[in-house]
Design a protein around this ligand. Structure first.
Ligand SMILES: *Cc1c(COP(=O)(O)O)cnc(C)c1O
Length: 496
């Protein structure tokens, strides 16, 4: 374990390939079975098609589906798009209303937004404080013109399990299509889609130790005519997803599913124990919150928020761990986790979350190392924060100038303390809360203050600091807060 080879705790983002999957895929690529186009009638084509159909059976077996109901796609994103847009295209004549939730993956939310621009109405349900979507709220949102409900089975951020059986039943009673994004559920939870009121279900190989770039949409036989394709071409996958099937990808997916099915029960037990072990190490930290605490959750995900700690600085400080945060800088949108915000967490707590996602290759030793590292780093950042000091008043002992800007609950909180004798800064210290760039610039500034006079106290302008330390332009506002704090020191200086 080192900064170059950290402990991998990001299995909800993607899982490493199982060595058996690598072996089977490599053989498939080299083997003559990988040579033919599975749609060709000759022996090469037939061999490829046989391997694909064997894999399709394995994929179906993992979820309790007939092989015939599996449509291969490039992953869960495409499967989600095919479900939402494909159902909308096929059913749009009946109505133009969809129901989904605020905690969906972007692969569902973005197609919903796209439909809104085309004149559809989308009701996005909020979860309760534990992260659950209340089936009663789904029932209340249904309208005569509702054609599709899409609710994810397991949240990729907090691991909370939704009651898809209850939600699906409501839909089936009313003849409304029900889709669930099960990318985090398949291979983690035992399931039998045949016995559940699910019409469409998305999942993906790379969340269950298979390759990236291959996934599937389960389409219930009776829902087949109620989904239109997004692509047009060779008619493969019953015309729902044309294109030459990637034999080696599918063979890898099938193997991953077979391995997951064999390991599922024992692995769930093992991961639950590891997750508990991790929580035992973190629960003693003051101001720690377990997100989704009161809801059923899958074994491998633990999402925790820390009061008074900035998420990106926390993750950046945990150099020996590879994991995700809900902080704004981690998201493409620049907003703190919308899932945690939807749970009712304030922006600071949403910002300070860590998602630990454990997997097949996680060990107790990994968990202990991770727990100790998090405790250390949370303590270090809290000690660095202005909140750790009793007050911002200058001490009476020496001639001290204190300048502060930002504050609790804000993006940046900074306090400089300058010791001044003979009209020069003798020493400077600071306390800071903020992102890693803010921390770096504060440290850099503090080093440059000794020897300066009141008139030229501020070393240049924020744009120059940003340039010197490679701070992205969108963070310039944070550096202005640091400048404000030095400006406050300067004003004190002239007052005395
Ligand atoms: C990972 C994930 C996706 C996207 O899957 P890809 O195969 O990477 O496109 C969609 N939904 C959820 C819930 C996920 O966790």
């Amino acid at each position: 374990m080192s900064a170059d080879d950290p402990i991998y705790l990001d299995n909800a983002a993607t899982t490493p390939l199982d060595p058996t999957v690598i072996e089977v895929m490599t053989r498939s690529l080299a083997h003559e079975g990988g040579r033919g186009n599975p749609a060709s009638g000759h022996v090469f084509g037939r061999r490829a098609a046989e391997r694909i159909e064997a894999a399709r059976a394995e994929v179906g077996a993992l979820i309790g589906a007939d092989a015939a109901d599996i449509v291969f796609t490039s992953g869960a994103t495409e499967a989600d798009n095919l479900a939402v847009l494909g159902a909308a295209r096929a059913e749009g004549h009946r109505g133009r209303h969809l129901v989904s939730s605020r905690i969906e993956h972007k692969a569902v939310l973005d197609p919903c937004r796209r439909l809104e621009r085309d004149g559809w109405t989308v009701s996005l349900l909020a979860p309760d404080r534990s992260g659950r979507i209340d089936p009663g709220a789904v029932a209340a949102a249904l309208r005569p013109d509702t054609v599709l409900v899409s609710v994810l089975w397991v949240s990729n951020e907090i691991g909370v399990i939704q009651d898809v059986a209850a939600i699906g039943s409501l839909c089936r009673e009313r003849g409304i299509l029900f889709h669930t994004d099960a990318a985090q559920a398949v291979g983690k939870l035992p399931m039998d889609v045949r016995s559940l009121p699910i019409d469409l279900m998305s999942f993906t190989a790379h969340k269950l130790y298979g390759p990236k770039g291959i996934g599937a949409l389960y389409v219930h036989a009776q829902a087949r005519a109620r989904v239109q394709p997004l692509l047009f071409g060779g008619g493969q996958e019953r015309g729902l997803r044309p294109g030459t099937l990637p034999t080696h990808q599918i063979v890898g997916f099938g193997t991953a599913c077979a391995l997951a099915r064999a390991a599922l029960a024992a692995e769930a037990k093992r991961l639950s124990a590891l997750r508990e072990r991790l929580w035992e190490q973190l629960r003693g930290i003051e101001g720690v919150y377990l997100n989704g605490e009161d809801a059923p959750r899958i074994p491998g995900i633990l999402n925790v928020s820390f009061e008074g700690v900035e998420g990106e600085s926390l993750v950046t400080g945990l150099v020996d761990l590879a994991l995700s945060t809900g902080s704004a800088c981690n998201s493409a949108s620049g907003e703190p986790s919308y899932v945690l915000r939807a749970l009712g967490r304030d922006p600071q707590l949403a910002q300070s979350s860590l998602r630990f996602s454990l997997g097949r290759f996680s060990t107790p030793a990994d968990i202990d190392t991770a727990g100790a590292a998090v405790r250390r780093e949370v303590a270090r950042l809290r000690e660095l924060s202005p909140a750790a000091e009793p007050s911002g008043r200058a001490s009476d002992a020496a001639r001290e100038l204190v300048g502060e800007a930002g504050g609790p609950g804000q993006e940046v909180w900074i306090r400089f303390r300058l010791r001044v004798t003979e009209a020069r800064v003798q020493g400077a210290s600071y306390r800071v809360y903020g992102c890693p760039h803010t921390l770096a610039v504060a440290a850099w500034l503090a080093e440059r203050l000794p020897g300066r006079s009141g008139a030229d106290l501020i070393p240049g302008a924020p744009a120059e600091w940003a340039h010197a330390l490679d701070v992205p332009i969108e963070k310039l506002g944070r550096l202005l807060v640091l400048e404000d704090a030095l400006g406050a020191c300067q004003r004190r200086w002239s007052e005395v």
